[in-house]
Design a protein around this ligand. Structure first.
Ligand code: MLC
Ligand code: AMP
Length: 468
């Protein structure tokens, strides 16, 4: 999967760096310890140790489950029970939550050395298991084979003219596809460099891009924060102007943010469209027309089609339908969920649930989503059902419905409509309850107390009425 053993910097986090040769050697040493384990979890803090742990697992052919280091107790218990990791890999000195006490810990250090190669695992072997939310129930483990990772990284490299000379800058979390697969494994496969900022700020970004950074990856919330500031911040404008490529994904980039950044910097952000289950599907190409509001053309090797409600393919430009995808970029299955896996496919095509349209010249646009119970906030995918279940466990909540509302910064914000069981509870307490059980990014940003919820004849909550 990675072939570079050069002395070029592979990973940079603050002032800590590893060259490709050093990474191969220290991850190689850890890989020899892991070889033969059925599966490992990685405590995915935004650190160099997380990258070493994931690379070691890949070298050893041991599937790795990246864990959000802010994960709440209920969500962690689910992931641990579902994925049954043999070890949890964590940086020395990091405190792990009680929910991981039953899993033997293995420290990730940078001082091991082994250049003895391990056998290359089969292309179909599971490489990563990434948890993602659905409309109902707890998050599902998406099993990603090596073949999907390699094909998606090579496809985006082709689209973005990404080479070993590039220094990618980003501040994405390392437990999702965007930050981990594109953002860490991407530069490693190219033999280039990742400069991770630890935490997103426009100041850190400007400094990195005014240094040797050539590319940036971000979610639209980050580009929104840039757009808000760039007009009055010459240092930031200069940094973006000098970058080779700015790439946005994980949610829709608003046209107004795209245009504000273009006006202040002359750079048009390149948008790409992906998903945990499919990795990358489409992108605007580096040499293509960077049209605001469009996610570009299918990546090499990826087939994309639109279908109507009856499942018939729509060939006419401008027709609106569900986006379905087929290709080597797809996942293998949802872990322990053959039912959900079967339901996710139609005639061998993966049903994304996203609704899109295709322009005359083959450019795709995403216009919506089939399920109202999926919320994208800050680029994180969140199921309304899991938040509703968490809130229903609180004694002060009698009934609840969760919706997503437009939000300039987050794209969508999570709103909880609560029928209290007695006197209205403290809003803060409900918010913290969700953050503690699930994860902070799933917390409602707004709680609205209501006397009752609008229901249809079947007793089902009519969420569209709540939005109105
Ligand atoms: C606030 N916080 C709380 C809290 N209230 N913590 C516990 N309990 C509470 N009640 C904390 C948060 O944990 C956080 O801590 C801080 O307060 C601010 O949190 P925030 O307001 O939620 O978010 P913010 O830090 O502003 O983050 C914005 C963001 C982030 C854009 C940086 O949303 C982000 O990183 N998004 C990326 C999502 C992503 O990678 N998606 C890709 C999915 S893959 P602290 O310590 O963190 O400041 C995919 C496929 C594809 O979609 O196509 O790519
Ligand atoms: P996730 O499951 O977190 O991987 O989220 C995948 C979803 O993010 C997709 O199904 C889309 O709804 C959304 N998404 C990703 N990239 C884009 C984009 N460029 N524009 C609009 N939506 C996007």
């Amino acid at each position: 999967m990675f072939s570079s053993h050069s002395d070029r910097v592979a990973l940079r986090f603050g002032d800590r760096t590893l060259t490709h040769a050093e990474l191969a050697s220290c991850a190689g040493a850890l890989a020899h310890q892991l070889a033969g384990l059925p599966r490992v979890a990685v405590w995915a803090t935004p650190t160099i140790e997380t990258c070493v742990a994931v690379v070691a697992a890949l070298l050893a052919g041991v599937p790795a489950v990246p864990l959000n280091p802010k994960v709440g107790e209920r969500e962690l218990a689910h992931i641990v029970a579902d994925s049954a990791p043999a070890n949890v890999l964590a940086a020395p000195g990091v405190r792990l939550p009680d929910g991981l006490q039953s899993v033997p810990r293995r420290e990730v250090t940078l001082d091991g050395r082994s250049d003895e190669p391990l056998p290359e695992p089969d292309a179909e072997a599971p490489a990563l298991i990434v948890y993602t939310s659905g409309t109902t129930g707890a998050p599902k483990g998406v099993v990603l084979p090596r073949r999907a990772i390699v094909s998606t990284l090579d496809a985006v490299a082709d689209a973005w003219e990404w080479t070993s000379s590039d220094v990618l800058v980003h501040a994405l979390p390392l437990f999702h596809v965007h930050g981990l697969i594109l953002g860490v494994l991407g530069p490693l496969r190219r033999g280039g460099t990742l400069h991770h900022l630890g935490k997103f700020s426009t100041a850190a970004l400007a400094e990195a891009l005014n240094g040797d950074g050539t590319m940036m990856f971000g979610v639209p919330t980050m580009y929104h924060r840039i757009a808000e500031e760039v007009g009055g911040n010459p240092e930031l404008a200069q940094a973006l102007k000098g970058a080779r490529l700015l790439v946005s994904g994980s949610a829709a980039l608003p046209v107004s943010d795209h245009e504000r950044i273009a006006a202040a910097t002359g750079q048009r952000v390149v948008e790409r469209y992906g998903m945990t289950e499919t990795l990358m599907n489409t992108s605007v190409r580096a040499n293509g027309d960077r049209r605001p509001g469009a996610v570009g053309v299918p990546l090499p090797g990826v087939e994309v089609r639109l279908v109507d409600d009856a499942g018939a393919a729509l060939a006419e430009p401008g027709a609106i339908g569900e986006i379905q995808v087929r290709g080597p970029n797809l996942f293998t299955e949802y872990l322990n969920r053959p039912d959900a896996t079967a339901e996710a496919f139609a005639d061998g095509w993966f049903r994304t649930g996203d609704v899109g349209t295709r322009d005359q010249d083959g450019y795709y646009r995403i216009v919506g989503r089939k399920a109202t119970d999926i919320i994208k906030s800050g680029g994180y995918k969140i199921g309304a059902g899991e938040i509703e279940n968490a809130l229903l466990e609180h004694p002060a909540v009698a009934e609840v419905a969760v919706t997503g509302e437009p939000d300039d910064d987050l794209g969508e914000r999570i709103v909880a409509w609560v029928v209290p069981s007695g006197a209205a509870p403290d809003e803060r307490e409900l918010v913290d309850h969700v953050a503690r059980l699930l994860t902070p990014h799933k917390r409602p940003r707004l709680v609205r107390f209501v006397e009752s919820l609008p229901r249809n004849d079947m007793g089902k909550v009519v969420k569209r009425a709540l939005r109105a």
